[in-house]
Design a protein around this ligand. Structure first.
Ligand code: FAD
Length: 402
């Protein structure tokens, strides 16, 4: 764990929130600029969505070229994490596979995504029904599955390890890390940021970067900025496969979901470190208060998950549930990121929209560019502006899921 330090009286850039986005931003600013950086978290490193994340690193973005390209860059940055930060980070390859039925919207989305991946020079495979049994021997495929499309270079990692690594690397590069201190409001003079009030006193600063995930809206409100963040509860199970399932067999299980299986709940699952299976919902439909939500999965959902897994991978029917919790996505109405200067000069917001672990290292680079130059050569920041919501409903999800 990174070492904690006291809150300084002043800093150049105050980064609020030590999830993957705040820690990667603090690392970039501290290691690539001469700004003095303070990273503050009301709790601890990775206390929010990052610590709960499935940490899947896919490039498959269902035809969205921008997010696929950013995901590819994120994947590369995770691959070179240790080289760049000096901190170890485990990643494991795990192709992301959609089992699909001909002619469905789900199949069309996967194929659009595979086309984009191939155009980017990455590997995407298509397997016909005859190939599925040999390739995925643990699966029982129902009639409706005709074929599969695979994002071959997908992987997964670990949110807490990645954010802790970035936090320590930021400290090594001169940043101050303060945990257990909550930012309550942003202080301005004549429309310019001059500091922030925290529950441990005031800190003066030139810039505030809001990377507080589902809580960023509460802080933005103190300078009259409405960040449309719709926190949704997602349910997670960690499973220990039965003893007779070998490591070799487990390695044949890809990262996949219930999409192609005509199932009522959107479950996805992937292998996890240590021979376990990680299983989660991707629903974006149960909106909750960022702090006040049920942290235990619903009994009926647990039963639904077990039933699904038993049907699709019967050998996992007797897997033991060894962990369960609920995490919260910080959705935006269109599921796309907010990376923008908002409200007073010197105030920035970074919102990952419930799918930004893979992009976290890239958002850190973009945020550094935004704070220092107001723009970035890496990606066009206009895509992530807050004012795209002007005149549109911001209290519901109105786009297809990314
Ligand atoms: C269950 C789940 C599974 C997911 N799976 C994937 C996946 O497979 N792949 C993927 O790419 N993405 C995934 N995501 C999304 C991804 O994890 C998030 O987009 C990303 O972690 C968000 O990081 P963040 O830094 O913006 O926010 P967070 O990680 O939420 O961090 C915000 C931090 O701000 C702190 N904070 C809050 N208020 C204050 C305050 N007032 N003052 C100071 N600090 C404050 C919190 O304590 C917290 O540590 C998943 C998310 C969840 C919940």
């Amino acid at each position: 764990m990174a070492q904690q330090q006291p809150l300084p009286d002043e800093t150049d850039v105050l980064v609020v929130g030590a999830g993957i986005i705040g820690t990667s931003t603090a690392f970039r600013l501290a290691s690539e600029t001469d700004r003095d950086v303070t990273l503050v978290d009301r709790d601890n490193v990775a206390a929010g969505a990052t610590g709960d994340s499935s940490a899947i690193l896919r490039q498959q973005y269902y035809g969205n070229e921008l997010y696929a390209e950013m995901a590819r860059r994120g994947r590369e940055l995770y691959e070179t994490f240790e080289e760049e930060t000096g901190e170890p980070l485990a990643t494991a390859d795990s192709p992301l596979v959609g089992f699909l039925k001909n002619g469905t919207e789900s199949a069309a989305r996967f194929e659009r995504g595979a086309d984009v991946i191939r155009e980017m020079g990455l590997s995407a495979s298509t397997y016909d029904r005859a190939e599925l049994e040999a390739r995925y021997p643990m699966f029982e495929f129902p009639e409706e599955v005709d074929y599969a499309v695979s994002d071959d270079e997908a992987a997964y990692s670990d949110g807490t390890d990645a954010a802790s690594g970035f936090a320590r690397a930021a400290q090594d590069a001169g940043a101050t890390l303060v945990t257990g201190v909550a930012v309550e409001s942003i202080a301005t003079e004549d429309g310019v940021v001059v500091g922030a009030e925290t529950d441990a006193g005031r800190i003066d600063c030139d810039d505030v970067v809001l990377a507080a995930g589902r809580w960023s809206g509460q802080i933005a409100e103190t300078v009259g900025v409405d960040l449309p963040i719709l926190p949704s509860r997602e349910q997670i199970l960690l499973l220990q496969p039965p003893e007779d399932v070998t490591q070799e067999e487990l390695e044949t299980i890809p990262t996949t979901g219930s999409g192609g299986f005509d199932w009522d709940v959107h479950w996805y699952f992937r292998p996890d470190f240590g021979g376990k299976i990680y299983m989660g919902t991707h629903q974006r439909s149960e909106f909750v208060d960022p702090d006040d939500y049920d942290r235990d999965p619903d009994e009926e959902m647990v039963l639904n998950a077990v039933e699904f897994l038993s049907e699709v991978v019967p050998r996992l029917a007797d897997a033991k549930i060894i962990g369960q919790f609920c995490g919260v996505y910080a959705n935006t109405p269109d599921n796309e990121f907010i990376i923008d200067q908002v409200g007073p000069d010197g105030c920035y917001a970074l919102v990952g929209a419930g799918h930004a672990f893979k992009h976290g290292p890239v958002i850190g680079q973009l945020a550094k560019d935004l704070v220092v130059d107001g723009e970035s050569d890496l990606f066009d920041l206009d895509e992530f502006r807050l004012d795209r919501f002007d005149g549109k409903p911001t209290d519901e999800i109105y786009a297809e899921s990314l």
